[in-house]
Design a protein around this ligand. Structure first.
Ligand SMILES: Nc1ncnc2c1ncn2[C@@H]1O[C@H](COP(=O)(O)OP(=O)(O)OP(=O)(O)O)[C@@H](O)[C@H]1O
Ligand SMILES: *[C@@H]1O[C@H](CO)[C@@H](O)[C@H](O)[C@H]1NC(C)=O
Ligand SMILES: *[C@@H]1O[C@H](CO)[C@@H](O)[C@H](O)[C@H]1NC(C)=O
Ligand SMILES: *[C@@H]1O[C@H](CO)[C@@H](O)[C@H](O)[C@H]1NC(C)=O
Ligand SMILES: *[C@@H]1O[C@H](CO)[C@@H](O)[C@H](O)[C@H]1NC(C)=O
Ligand SMILES: *[C@@H]1O[C@H](CO)[C@@H](O)[C@H](O)[C@H]1NC(C)=O
Ligand SMILES: *[C@@H]1O[C@H](CO)[C@@H](O)[C@H](O)[C@H]1NC(C)=O
Length: 662
């Protein structure tokens, strides 16, 4: 029971029922929640207690009234008839502008609540053009005008006016207030969306109308904003209605009333409790639903992000797979690989697929898509385009070259600053790793070594003499000999040196050849020939047989040429002492001796004294016996002393002249 009473008490307290004095000459609404307020047209009372006169709608008027008429007149003191009592009105309002300035709004005291004849789009939904100034209108109004209409003698687009039966103000002033202390005028913006308070006071005796304004929260300024002497007894009827009117025009602006109080008992209008005023909606266009407010920006951000990511991925994809392609390459099309395929084959050139790194660039293992063919992909960084066409032509022609002892070049791909060559994959890697592994146990026995020597000789012979044109390898060395699955030696890397030939002279060329493999005439003339290849092959023979690098360290830790050391032993009749000690004597002594001597022969300083590859093949086969070497040239060999020029051990020029017709 008591709970029910409490409930009734609380729910009553929550409603903003006007505190009405006896005789209904006073009321106060601090917000309109649950209040008895009559609205018409587009006006609404929002659930939170806000009166919205225009609802953001276009071309429609709206009004809010105190529901019952109030008695405004009393007996005249002089006894002849009645006069309008002194009264006081106060209200709190806010105007939200939209894309066009609002039309403003008005407070009025009128003879009826019927404004059907008022203009729908302007004049505050209160006046009409036909009855302008007609005293039978019985309308008193205070306009909050936000349009500067010259026809109506408006002073500006932000003024407060006192209107009697007419939309043309009897008196008006720019909105604002006079400071109590300084007396200076402070303008207020009616359409700022800020909450403003307005007072209308009428004095019966003086027939004075005072209109005062201030920002919400400020005490009522002493000096009124507009003041006029007008006997409202000629205007306000016996029973009259109090209310607000607005017509939004086509602007979608909002006119809110937050609180309202009235008194006709002689005192000021009761104070409106500011703390109880309803909150205003967020200033902006049409208020959206909460869900949309959250979902829309989220969706927008997501789609912007998605578009951004897509573009980023496309650009990255484009960059990642970008290739360089020129018109002249059309004819080489079939030998061209797409960068995308190579990228995927090597898993994006990952380090785990790195096979090794040579003087030209890195080599990666890859598995071609579709065919599942294992390949070695060599990335050669190359800045200049000079000679590129010739080189590609050569790559392609070499690509047609197939031989059991040559590493097949499958094709190429070009990118900016990069040339990519695709070779057959050699599962056992390069020969130098086996020769110089440093272990005591030989990793290659004599038979394997002799087989590799034979194979490389055969491959080189093919390049020099058996193909449609002479191909000079230029870079024969143990690291360019690769071993296939059956440990057969295969010659790789041919022709690459040519890429660095063009437009370069001896002084400016880069690391290409390896010391010990370079024939003396190559250093002098810079001209490569099949016989410079034979010279390098000679070094290769010694390297394989001795298991030593072309430049070895002697017992005193000094660098000496392998060839000088072998010659020395040959001269002293101790040639077989040079054979790789890791073989522990398990080798064919005749063949080893022959290989070493053939090596020395190939390393003859005079090119004309060197054998051709065809002859080399014959010597290796044992068909022809090696010529006895004259002791004179054995003593005459120290032409490639390296002690005085240590730089040469790592760097030496590349030399020109690859292939001539036969
Ligand atoms: N076709 C291939 N199959 C398997 N491994 C390869 C292949 N080609 C090269 N390699 C590996 O990559 C390494 C580097 O090769 P690359 O030919 O670039 O260098 P290099 O011969 O040592 O020096 P240079 O570039 O001066 O000739 C080799 O030592 C070898 O281990
Ligand atoms: C509102 O006030 C009017 C006039 O006083 C009255 O007729 C009506 O019943 C009231 N309505 C409510 C819901 O109180
Ligand atoms: C009322 O009396 C005043 C002065 O006593 C006079 O001026 C006025 O005209 C009278 N009005 C009417 C309506 O009789
Ligand atoms: C004023 O309005 C009344 C009623 O509508 C009308 O009869 C009268 O003619 C109007 N007077 C003028 C001057 O327009
Ligand atoms: C305002 O009203 C007074 C009193 O009726 C009148 O004398 C004056 O001309 C009016 N002013 C305007 C601008 O209408
Ligand atoms: C009033 O404020 C509104 C909203 O901030 C602005 O668009 C308008 O220009 C202002 N008007 C004046 C007269 O300052
Ligand atoms: C109206 O304002 C004047 C000063 O301009 C003041 O003397 C008078 O008392 C005011 N009347 C009311 C009812 O506030």
């Amino acid at each position: 029971m008591s709970v029910l009473l409490l409930y009734i008490f609380l729910s009553t307290a929550a409603l903003n029922l006007p505190a009405m004095a006896a005789g209904e000459d006073e009321f106060v609404f601090s917000g309109f929640k649950g209040a008895n307020i009559t609205v018409d047209g587009v006006a609404t009372v929002i659930r939170n207690g806000l009166v919205d006169l225009t609802s953001g709608q276009e071309t429609l008027k709206g009004h809010a009234f105190y529901p019952a008429p109030l008695r405004f007149r009393e007996e005249s003191p002089n006894g002849n008839g009645t006069a309008v009592k002194s009264f006081s009105v106060s209200f709190v309002f806010a105007i939200y502008p939209n894309y066009r300035p609002s039309q403003g709004m008005a407070f009025f005291i009128a003879k009826s609540t019927d404004f059907s004849s008022a203009l729908p789009t302007q004049w505050f939904g209160v006046f009409n053009s036909a009855s302008q100034g007609n005293s039978s209108n019985h309308i008193f109004a205070v306009e909050l005008d936000t349009v500067n209409n010259r026809d109506l003698h408006d002073i500006d687009a932000n003024h407060v006016g006192i209107n009697v039966n007419s939309v043309v103000s009897n008196k008006s002033t720019t909105a604002g207030f006079y400071d109590d202390e300084t007396g200076s005028f402070n303008a207020l913006n009616l359409t700022s969306g800020e909450r403003l308070q307005l007072w209308v006071d009428y004095e019966r005796e003086a027939t004075r109308i005072n209109v005062t304004m201030s920002p919400l929260g400020m005490a009522k300024p002493a000096r009124p904003l507009v003041s006029a002497i007008y006997d409202l007894s000629t205007v306000i009827t016996e029973d009259a209605f109090l209310g607000f009117g607005s017509s939004a025009g086509r602007d979608g602006s909002r006119h809110y009333i937050l609180g309202w109080s009235f008194s006709s008992s002689g005192g000021p209008a009761p104070a409106i409790d500011i703390r109880k005023l309803p909150p205003l909606p967020r200033l902006g266009p049409k208020p959206r639903s909460k869900a949309l407010e959250i979902v829309l920006p989220l969706a927008t951000a997501t789609s912007v992000l998605a578009v951004g990511v897509t573009i980023f991925l496309l650009v990255r994809r484009h960059r990642r797979y970008a290739e360089l392609r020129e018109d002249w390459e059309v004819e080489f099309g079939p030998h061209r690989f797409s960068y995308k395929d190579l990228y995927h084959a090597t898993e994006g050139f990952k380090n785990k697929n790195l096979l090794g790194e040579g003087g030209f660039g890195k080599v990666y293992k890859g598995v071609l898509p579709v065919s599942n063919l294992e390949v070695a992909v060599k990335k050669v960084s190359h800045e200049s385009r000079q000679g590129m066409k010739e080189f590609i032509a050569e790559v392609v022609s070499i690509g047609r070259l197939r031989h059991r002892y040559l590493v097949q070049l499958l094709g190429y791909c070009r990118r900016e600053h990069e040339l990519i060559l695709v070779y057959e994959y050699m599962p056992n890697g390069s020969l130098d790793k086996y020769l110089h592994c440093g272990e005591d146990k030989p990793t290659l026995d004599w038979t394997q070594r002799f087989g590799i020597i034979n194979g490389i000789a055969c491959g080189l012979w093919y390049l020099h003499e058996k193909w449609e044109k002479v191909v000079i390898h230029r870079d024969i060395k143990a690291s360019n000999v690769l071993l296939d699955g059956e440990m057969n030696g295969r010659l790789g890397d041919f022709g690459l040196a040519r890429l660095y030939d063009h437009g370069t002279d001896l002084q400016t060329t880069h690391v290409v050849g390896t010391m010990g493999y370079l024939a003396p005439e190559l250093l002098r003339s810079g001209k490569a020939s099949p016989l410079t290849d034979v010279f390098a092959f000679g070094t290769f023979l010694l390297e394989v047989a001795c298991g030593q690098r072309p430049i070895k360290q002697d017992s005193k830790d000094e660098h000496i040429m392998l060839v000088d050391w072998v010659r020395e032993h040959c001269h002293n009749g101790t040639l077989l002492q040079t054979v790789d000690t890791r073989l522990h004597g398990n080798y064919d002594k005749d063949k080893a001796s022959m290989v070493l001597k053939l090596g020395l022969l190939c390393l003859h300083p005079l090119p004309s004294a060197r054998p051709s590859m065809k002859q080399v093949m014959e010597y290796l086969d044992g068909e022809t016996a090696l010529p006895e070497m004259a002791p004179t040239h054995i003593n005459n060999v120290n032409m490639m002393q390296i002690r005085g020029s240590p730089d040469l051990t790592t760097s030496i020029g590349t030399f020109s002249g690859l292939s001539g017709g036969r």
